[in-house]
Design a binder for this molecule. Structure first.
Ligand code: ZN
Length: 56
């Protein structure tokens, strides 16, 4: 899986130091432990949902 915005690989782990009080803690994080890049949704900026990595 990868982040759709920066195309960095992600792993299935909560971001370290996640402090956003709204919504659920994201289930995925960048390999360096940060949350996925935010994107604008109907609920405001939320971490992106990971997409399948395309490796060629
Ligand atoms: Zn990203």
């Amino acid at each position: 899986m990868m982040c759709p915005h920066c195309e960095e690989e992600v792993h299935e782990a909560e971001p370290s130091g996640w402090i956003v009080p709204l919504g659920n803690t994201p289930a995925y994080s960048h390999l360096d432990g940060t949350g996925l890049c935010p994107e604008m949704t109907a609920e405001g900026y939320r971490p992106a949902q990971p997409v399948l990595a395309t490796s060629e």
